[in-house]
Structures are given as structure tokens and as C-alpha cells.
Ligand binder design. Structure first.
Ligand code: ZN
Length: 441
């Protein structure tokens, strides 16, 4: 699979040139380790990290602290690194987003569309050189869309099945780990893309085009569906065969859904001036420009600001409703934020999305899975990530409270270990200084 080839590159990056404070060894003592996939909490554990890997996890008396920097984990909880499965990092600048992501414990992202592959490749090089903290990422590059509103830029326009097939071959040639599609594809072009993607072993993900039903998309092999889609209208409490048929098709084909209420919630925060000053101070020039561009688009659809506020509040409510229904029907969910849009901030928005998932009816454990074990399973990375256990890459958060009791605890961070490198106290805070690059000299 192309994804695995790309992965070899990504997992190999980021640590060789950034040794931990004590060469090769870091120990977190006497901590509760949460395994989201198993739904287990193991108290009294000690974790030993050497280089980029976890080498031992076990009862505290059984794991040696010899020669290591020791962090006392008493009363704290460790969870695997978080993933944001829907970002647009070019809206912030990859290099500028990474320190903020790591400070928030978001150690993996799937980037759902950026103008070209140059920015992600440059970020990969910067991580390798130790210039920016390690975030594992998969970037789709240019998105495929049908003939569209000229306001929407950075798309590869494909208007016929032939153009769709050629575009898939082009993405394979440029080394894209997967393909992102947009909503304006016509049905024959969508189906041609699906067929060609299958033939070339490359996955495709994105918006559900208007002429294609979720059932058709699922049966055609779509990997993930983003934001949402038109769901059959059903009366509360009554049986609804059309809805059951849709959710059964999603489950039968293993399709993941990526609701992104944090995106509309971000817009609500902009239009109601609700972004805290310390977060506002972190907005990059690129971020400001991207937000302004989106605001110009919004103003075409909803001229006065109160109308925009109303529209995006309704968007949050709609996303919550859809998520609740999908969850109730057992559809698999991934946490995503559409980071890059107005009011979204790298890392911060993922914590907000976790809160919104719980508001939609997921338990804190289920929400945590949507950002840890589910993304790792969707990406096929179970061998290396998703659990805090011996042999895995050392990507984890040390939390001050138990997130299974209250999901906002994911945001109460004592420290983050990214690819074996600890960010605790001042090291972590320095990732969030507005001018800082987040690296030590
Ligand atoms: Zn998006």
C-alpha cells in the first residue's frame, strides 16, 4: 500500500538528530496508563523510553530507572498521542503549526488538502533536522473537485471520468499517501476515481459529492467521509429503514466518518469574539490571511454577521445531531477539526472536538478512541502506535486528571512525549510562545 511506503518515511523521521536530555532514557514513574482500545486503566505503572521507542511498561518495581531522566507520574494518567484526522496545515504553515500541535499532545495529523506537496515535504525535512517538534502526518496535497465556484482555490478540477482517472494516476506519481475528493464531482467521475484508486491501491477520502449517496460511496470503497452528508430524514423513536440501510453500508464497508463540529464552532467563536487572548496571540500571519479569505467567502453567503453567527451555530447543532445518530448506529468515528478555518487553532481545536463528541453522546472513552486507537487503526499503524506499551513509538501525553471521568482532562496536560522527546514544564510552555519555534538551541 502507498500509505505504508509513506509511513516508512514519516515514522523514520524526527528523533535521530534530537537526543533526549539524558541520552537514550526517560522514565515516567508510578503513573496510570490508559489503553483506549481495550478500555483499560492500569495504575502503578512505570514507562521506560529509550530513543524514540518505549522499551518497557510494567509495575513500578519491575521497571529500571537506571541512567534515565525520571518524571514522577504519581496521581497522573498517560494516554497515547492524539490525532487530528482532518486538518489544512497550509492555512497556518506546517512548521508553525507543529509546536502548537505538540504542546497540545496532538502528535499525528491527516492533512486534507494543501496547494502542493512542497510544504509537507519541507516540514518533513525540518522535523528530521530537529528544527521543529515531531508530528506524524499524511498530506493529500491538491484536492480533486468538479467545476467549482472560483472562490474556492487550490483544487485540481476534474470534469470527466477520463480526467478523474488521470488525476488519480498523477497523485500516485507525486507520491501522495491518499486522495482527497471534494463535493462537486459528478457521479461518473466519482465512480471512475473510485475504480482507478482501487486499481492503483491508493485510498480516497473526502466530501460526499451531491449526486452520490453514502451507500454508493461506501460500496465504491471510499475510505473516510468528512464533515457529514445528507442523512435520511426520520422521525425520532420510529424505525427508519433508509437510515439503517445507510449505516449498515458504512459498517459493512468499514467506512470511517469524520464529523468536524470544531470547524463551525470555531466560526461561532470568531463571530462572537470568544477566542481567548492567549490563543489569539498565537495566530500566525498565514492563519490570519486564511481566516480573512474564508470570511470573505462567508460574507457572500450570509451578508450580516448575525446571520453568519446563526448559520454556524446551526451547523454545530446539525453536526451534533448527525454524530449522535451515527454513533447510536455503531458507525466508526474519527476526530477531526478542519483546522485552518476561522477560529480553529492547531491542537486546541482537537480538544474542543473531543468535548463536542461527548456532547453528541459518546462516552469520554469513545471520544478518546476517536482521537487515538481509531485513527491508528484507520491508518493501519497498530504495530507502532495507538498504545503505550513496549515496542511502540514513544508518543504520549501525561495528564493531571483522568480523561475517562471528564474528557476536558485531555487538555489538562502535565507533559507530552513526542517521538521519545519530552516536553514538560517550561519546555512545553516554550512551544506556545508566539514568536518561538518551539525548539531549544
Ligand atoms: Zn477540510
Amino acid at each position: 500500500m502507498r500509505l505504508l511506503a509513506a509511513l516508512a518515511l514519516l515514522l523514520g523521521s524526527g528523533c535521530a538528530t534530537v537526543p533526549p536530555a539524558t541520552p537514550g532514557a526517560l522514565v515516567v514513574r508510578n503513573v496510570s496508563v490508559i489503553d483506549p482500545a481495550a478500555g483499560a486503566v492500569r495504575p502503578g505503572q512505570t514507562i521506560r523510553v529509550e530513543g524514540e521507542r518505549i522499551v518497557a511498561v510494567g509495575p513500578s518495581r519491575a521497571v529500571a530507572a537506571r541512567g534515565a531522566r525520571v518524571i514522577d507520574g504519581s496521581g497522573k494518567y498517560v494516554v497515547p498521542g492524539l490525532w487530528d484526522m482532518h486538518t489544512h496545515l497550509s492555512g497556518w504553515g506546517f512548521g508553525r503549526a507543529f509546536p502548537m500541535l505538540v504542546a497540545n499532545g496532538v502528535l499525528g495529523v491527516r492533512d486534507m488538502g494543501n496547494p502542493d506537496m512542497a510544504a509537507p515535504r519541507a516540514a518533513s525535512e525540518q522535523v528530521k533536522a530537529g528544527a521543529i517538534p515531531s508530528v506524524r502526518f499524511f498530506a493529500a496535497g491538491l484536492r480533486l473537485d468538479g467545476p467549482t465556484n472560483p472562490l474556492f482555490t487550490s483544487r485540481l478540477i476534474v470534469a470527466t471520468p477520463e480526467e478523474g482517472r488521470a488525476a488519480v494516476r498523477g497523485k500516485v506519481e507525486e507520491g501522495a499517501p491518499f486522495i482527497k475528493i471534494m463535493a462537486r464531482l459528478d457521479k461518473p467521475t466519482f465512480m471512475a476515481i473510485a475504480e482507478e484508486a482501487k486499481a492503483r491501491s491508493i485510498r480516497f477520502a473526502g466530501h460526499l459529492p451531491a449526486p452520490v449517496s453514502a451507500i454508493e460511496a461506501a460500496d465504491a470503497g471510499m475510505w473516510t467521509i468528512e464533515h457529514g452528508f445528507r442523512m435520511p430524514e426520520c422521525d425520532e423513536g420510529k424505525s427508519c429503514p433508509a437510515l439503517t440501510e445507510t449505516t449498515e453500508a458504512l459498517k459493512r464497508n468499514g467506512v470511517w466518518l469524520v464529523p468536524t463540529m470544531a470547524a463551525e464552532d470555531g466560526q461561532v467563536r470568531v463571530y462572537s469574539a470568544a477566542i481567548p487572548a492567549e490563543q489569539r496571540a498565537l495566530i500566525t500571519q498565514e492563519g490570519r490571511e486564511t481566516w480573512a479569505k474564508q470570511d470573505a467567502i462567508n460574507s457572500q453567503f450570509y451578508p450580516p454577521v448575525p446571520e453568519r453567527l446563526k448559520a454556524f451555530s446551526a451547523g454545530v447543532a446539525g453536526g451534533l445531531r448527525m454524530t449522535a445518530i451515527l454513533h447510536k448506529h455503531g458507525v466508526k468515528l474519527l476526530a477531526g477539526t478542519d483546522l485552518g478555518g476561522p477560529g480553529t487553532l492547531p491542537g486546541f481545536s482537537l480538544h474542543r472536538q473531543l468535548e463536542l463528541l461527548v456532547q453528541a453522546g459518546l462516552s469520554p472513552l469513545e471520544a478518546l478512541r476517536a482521537a487515538t486507537s481509531n485513527p491508528v487503526a484507520a491508518l493501519g499503524l497498530e504495530k507502532d502506535l495507538g498504545r503505550v506499551e513496549a515496542g511502540k513509538y514513544a508518543d504520549f501525553l501525561i495528564l493531571n486528571r483522568n480523561p475517562l471521568e471528564d474528557i476536558t482532562a485531555t487538555n489538562d496536560i502535565h507533559g507530552v512525549v513526542a517521538n521519545g522527546r519530552p516536553y514538560i514544564g517550561v519546555d512545553r510552555r516554550s512551544l506556545l510562545t508566539p514568536s518561538g519555534s518551539g525548539t531549544r538551541a
